[in-house]
Write a protein that binds this ligand. Structure first.
Ligand SMILES: C[S@@+](CC[C@H](N)C(=O)[O-])C[C@H]1O[C@@H](n2cnc3c(N)ncnc32)[C@H](O)[C@@H]1O
Length: 316
């Protein structure tokens, strides 16, 4: 699982105030202190932000109920005793307790889109945010708008919701095996006012999804090889194991998805899969598919695409 951009906390400047020993009177003092605590407790990043400063700033602003685009001056205001206690508790849980920031704030962002998250779902951090607007549409016929799309393994529903925003004429289906995650997805779909266009199915991959031919099948499935789960940092171990565990070689769900997708695609359709750094394993496991690897900010081994014609003739 790779790091995604943090929510848009835009206070760029590092705080000027020097920390007085034993005195954490302002948000700026706390920002300095938090970065020390992140280092001391070897906090794992990558779920909400890629660096301690950005994440601590985000947590500070949220904990104090301040807008994420606050002016730097807010770092200098005096905190009340109650605010200091609240901030101290949040950073204690985040650093000594290793609780992921998004589970503390109960929210996560993909770009401008905000989602409810809690311990029932993995924290959204998908490459599809950067790929959906430009790269993926280049592989779809210009004269055929996407009318049916599906997000397999939807978790919080975040990618199904992105699909619906990206393709306003599309009906979007989404499958998810965890009833807990499905409840979160239902909440997010309703909050985004998409209940009419996004349908959620309690399903093992496509098993319980009505037989529809899709223009676009997209998935960020579990793909961590089982033996690697125990080596994950504490923060990632707090995410549902079911969201990460891809079986012995990480490809269990992907194999099933690709087999089932053969009957689920329009002739011009596409399957796009986010598979972390599993490019070598995927190319080895599915040589006949001639997978195309899309360019992401982290390189070309994270997201692959296969066209319907390839998949339909595949004897996997
Ligand atoms: C890596 S998470 C991705 C969630 C979401 N799409 C995202 O990008 O944040 C994978 C999701 O697949 C679900 N899942 C695991 N096995 C599944 C299966 N056999 N069929 C459908 N969903 C499954 C997990 O519960 C988890 O919510």
């Amino acid at each position: 699982m790779t790091a995604r951009a943090p929510a848009s906390a835009t206070l760029g400047d590092r705080p000027s105030p020097r920390l007085r020993p034993g005195k954490l009177a302002t948000p700026g003092d706390w920002l300095i202190q938090a970065e020390k605590l992140y280092a001391k407790h070897r906090v794992a990043l990558g779920q909400v932000a890629t660096n301690a400063h950005d994440e601590a700033l985000y947590l500070l602003l949220r904990t104090l109920g301040l807008p994420l685009d606050s002016k730097p001056a807010v770092l200098r205001r005096k905190l009340t005793a109650e605010e200091q206690a609240r901030v101290a508790e949040v950073f204690r849980r985040r650093t000594a307790g290793h609780v992921p920031a998004a589970y503390l704030t109960r929210e996560a962002f993909l770009g401008e889109h905000r989602f409810h998250v809690d311990e029932r779902v993995i924290i959204p951090r998908s490459y599809f945010l950067e790929l959906l607007p430009e790269q993926i549409p280049q592989w779809l016929p210009a004269n055929k708008p996407v009318r049916r799309a599906v997000d397999v393994c939807t978790g919080s529903g975040c990618l199904a919701i992105l699909l619906a925003h990206q393709f306003p004429e599309a009906k979007v289906d989404a499958s998810e095996l965890s009833p807990d995650a499905l409840a979160v997805a239902r909440f997010n779909v309703a909050t985004h006012r998409l209940a009419k266009r996004v349908k959620l199915f309690h399903s093992d991959v496509f098993d319980a999804v009505p037989a529809v031919k899709y223009d676009l099948i997209l998935s960020n499935p579990p793909y961590v090889p089982t033996r690697e789960l125990r080596d994950l940092p504490a923060e990632f171990k707090q995410e549902p194991a079911m969201a990460l565990d891809g079986g012995r070689d990480g490809l269990d769900i992907i194999r099933k998805l690709l087999c089932q997708a053969r009957d689920r695609l329009q002739p011009h359709g596409l399957v796009v899969l986010e598979v972390g750094g599993l490019r070598a394993a995927m190319d080895r496991a599915f040589p006949g598919l001639d997978l195309h690897w899309l360019h992401t900010e982290d390189g070309e081994d994270c997201v692959c695409l296969v066209q319907a014609a390839r998949l339909i003739n595949w004897r996997g």
